[in-house]
Design a protein around this ligand. Structure first.
Ligand code: GLA
Length: 781
């Protein structure tokens, strides 16, 4: 609901966006600026004199220090006002939202209220930027028009009551007769009174994405941004402000994100007057946009949310929002297939026979989709050559993709294929034919990443080329799934057709156009985007691909951090999560097959290994894992995920809950083993306190080989830890983990004390070493 009230003193409008548990309030001041009043818990305004918003407003002295907006008005100083947007040059010295040349040649802007409209829907972007959709849920949009002479700025606020989210974006229009150059046009700006916030960001690197970092907000400006041309694995665009001391289930948390896949920027400033400014949008670094007379510029959409139920409360809002209003198309609510991908199993070293035998084994394990990764085209035998080419590599695949897909689908599997369409190797037919299509500065040797260059997607002929070639394969081969990869970031930014300051943003718009043209007419194809893992895990890509390959790191211990970090902002239905061989190809860490599965089960399950290289016992266990996952798939993929404040730092606990709030599956992970073990409680939140429940551990096993010489204590026979007999035995069986079953009412189970853990003596105890874990199933009795 959007209410437009009138202030009692001067009739100027007060805007109240309310819905769900939220209120967002701002008003027009006597000089027509937009003053922010409140964002957070629902505010109920009563009848006059209690209908006033004065209680919410930050108070200012009648005669304050600083630059006065109006020479005769000593009480009005923009630097002390909580604002909704701000430019340069009128006394607000905090980080601005807008920096543009003006028709008078200055940088001075003073945007003032000129009118507003309420729309009973979302208002679509016109420039090809993806944005949230209403998706049959009620939502309203407030449009506020601001102007400074011939410069107009329109702010859009859409409230999504079902997910406690407000989205914001801005459109800048040049109504003057001269060209203007905008250097910074933020999507949103908000000034919140400080309440003792921590700033939370999700940072990392290749194979270590989205690690959560928390630090107290201190005076000054903190910038979370990317200039790589991608939303990046360095800093995810999503940031949180959490009141100090907040936990997974308690405390106030604000969340900010952007529907954008390129250079993003969020500045958080704790000002000298204890206001916290958060402004976010396209990164101003390297950005300069020319607005010809009459032209407009649209910013990406920013997403703002709030909860007073801790990090989990905020995640619940964002999961609902992403699942309903960002992800779209027929895959939005559809259960995602269990896949086998050949990448970590073969890398580039495969041929038709090998792929078919892997697929045959995959089908036997219960997988539903086989994905052929990199290396099927051109001279692609390693990563030095072939990118840009689409002709199938006949040496590896003599029957072509058609012949391969026919055999794979004949096994009852769907067929999926990897592409990296935005890139080109210099050693490729495409580059030899069109070197000018690669992004590079004339006269300079371009720097390379993974031996490749980026195609200039701001050129229409490049977009057409990609569209035509990818579409032709999708139409000729029965492809149900596409993995769309992009494996380097930008350097040598130059285009013969696009101004340098517009290149990054126009590239992102070009990418969105290509994705739209290829996949909108083929809605049956499940698209999983990827960029060296999670180098472009953002809401922009999620408007096109319902899922994203979260990381090239498949070590489950690292995945606890990566998926755990991402889960603050994105639901598990967006995260590809695969079981791979041990030791990990990224960390060399040895982990149990059970833990690799137990972590991947909190995402979109796949196996990325050579299924022909598994022991018989591993195959049996994987068949059981896949069967379990399929049985609980709707819950695991679309249930409400909760993280639990750890009882101890070396443990991680996650759970998934039914819509009513009851947990059904709980994952309990041991990151580091400790001797002389203490009591070990399992937190189980959300049960009916009076009702009886049965909690049991999903049966799983420990590989005999992993026990080495200790195996003699576990089996009735004496075996060397190094001998052939153990290897042979390991092929056929593993050691069943201790059965665990617990009964109790919901209230008695809230901190369930688990059975004893092995501590050097009792071999009948739970054998949980480093990286051990279990899935607990909760069933009403
Ligand atoms: C990237 C992806 C991997 C794989 C390789 C193939 O690294 O993230 O999953 O597809 O490329 O080259």
């Amino acid at each position: 609901m959007i209410d437009v009230l009138r202030s009692a003193s001067d009739e100027s409008p007060v805007f109240h966006l309310r819905g769900g548990r939220l209120s967002y309030l701002f008003r027009v001041t006597k000089y027509s600026h937009l003053e922010h009043l409140h964002f957070g818990a629902r505010v109920e305004l009563g009848e006059e004199p209690f209908g006033s918003v004065a209680a919410l407003a930050v108070k200012r002295p009648a005669n304050g220090e600083g630059v006065k907006y109006h020479p005769d008005d000593t009480g009005y100083n923009l630097d002390r006002l909580p604002l909704e947007y701000s430019g340069l040059g009128k006394g607000d010295y905090r980080v601005p939202a807008l920096e543009t040349t003006m028709p008078d040649g200055s940088f001075v802007t003073d945007l003032r209220y000129a009118g507003h409209t309420v729309h009973d829907q979302t208002v679509p972007c016109l420039d090809g930027l993806p944005a949230s959709v209403a998706a049959d849920r009620p939502c309203q949009t407030l449009q506020v028009d601001l102007a400074d002479g011939d410069l107009a700025l329109t702010l859009y606020y859409t409230i999504f009551p079902d997910s406690n989210v407000v989205t914001r974006r801005a459109v800048l229009t040049n109504r003057s007769g001269v060209a203007l150059r905008a250097r910074r046009v933020m999507s949103q700006l908000i000034d919140l009174p400080d309440r003792g916030f921590d700033l939370v960001t999700f940072d990392g690197a290749w194979i270590a994405e989205a690690h959560k970092h928390v630090r107290p907000l201190a005076p000054g400006i903190y910038v979370n941004s990317s200039i790589t041309g991608f939303s990046s694995n360095r800093h995810n665009p999503g940031v949180l402000l959490a009141r100090r001391g907040c936990g997974e289930d308690r405390g106030e948390v604000y969340g900010f994100n952007l529907v954008y896949s390129g250079n993003h920027y969020t500045a958080v400033e704790l000002s000298q007057r204890d206001l916290v400014r958060v402004t976010s949008g396209i990164n101003p670094i390297g950005f300069e946009w020319t607005l010809e007379p009459g032209a407009r510029f649209e910013t990406p959409e920013a997403v703002l949310s709030w909860s007073d139920e801790g990090y989990n409360g905020l995640s619940a809002n964002l999961h609902e929002f992403v699942g309903r209003h960002i992800v779209r198309g027929q895959w939005r609510d559809a259960e995602r297939p269990v896949l086998v991908n050949n990448w970590e199993g073969t890398y580039f070293d495969f041929d038709h026979r090998r792929v078919v035998s892997m697929a045959r084994r995959a089908a036997g394990l219960g997988a539903e989709l086989f994905v052929l990764d990199d290396g099927w085209f051109g001279a692609r035998n390693d990563d030095h050559a072939g990118l840009g080419d689409y002709a199938v590599n006949r040496r590896k695949l003599p029957k072509g993709l058609e012949g391969l897909a026919a055999e794979i689908t004949g096994l009852g599997l769907k067929f999926g294929l990897w592409f990296e369409p935005e890139m080109v190797n210099r050693d490729s037919d495409l580059y030899r034919a069109h070197p000018e299509w690669a992004i590079a500065v004339p006269g300079r040797t371009p720097s390379e990443g993974r031996f490749q260059l980026i195609l200039d997607l701001t050129r229409p002929e490049v977009r057409d080329h990609i569209m035509t070639n990818v579409s032709a394969i999708l139409d000729a081969v029965p492809i149900s799934y596409v993995k769309w990869d992009a494996n380097r970031t930008f350097s040598d930014q130059f285009s013969a057709v696009t101004a340098a300051g517009e290149l990054h943003h126009r590239y992102v718009l070009g990418l969105y156009e290509v994705l739209r043209r290829i996949f909108e007419p083929r809605p049956h194809i499940l698209l999983e985007s990827c960029a060296s893992g999670g180098n472009r895990f953002d809401l922009g890509m999620l408007c096109f691909s319902p899922q994203i390959w979260a990381s090239d790191c498949t070590d489950p211990v690292e995945r606890l951090r990566i998926q755990g970090g991402l889960s603050h902002l994105y639901p598990q239905s967006t995260m590809g999560a695969h079981v791979t061989a041990s030791p990990s190809a990224q960390t060399l860490r040895h982990t149990p097959l059970s833990t690799r599965f137990n972590v991947a089960a909190f995402g979109l399950l796949g196996y990325e290994l050579d299924p022909t290289d598994l022991t018989r016992e591993e195959r049996r266990r994987i068949r059981e894992q896949i069967a379990f996952y399929k049985d609980h798939r709707r819950l695991l993929q679309f249930g409400r995920l909760r993280r639990h404040d750890p009882a101890r730092g070396d443990q991680v606990t996650w759970s998934v809950h039914e819509p009513g709030g009851e947990p059904r599956v709980i994952g309990h992970f041991q990151v580091g083993s400790r001797a002389a073990s203490a009591p070990e409680p399992l937190p189980i939140a959300g049960l009916d306190p009076h009702r009886g429940y049965r909690v049991r551990a999903l049966p799983q096993g420990t590989s005999l080989r992993s026990l080495g010489g200790l195996v003699s204590h576990a089996l009735p026979v004496k075996l060397s830890g190094h001998g052939v007999p153990l290897t042979v035995l390991d092929w056929f069986r593993s050691l069943d983990d201790r059965e665990q079953e617990y009964l109790g009412t919901g209230s008695a189970l809230a901190w369930l004390q688990l059975d004893p853990r092995f501590d050097g003596q009792d071999t009948t105890a739970r054998l949980v070493g480093d990286y051990g874990s279990a899935l607990y199933l909760v069933e009403p009795a």
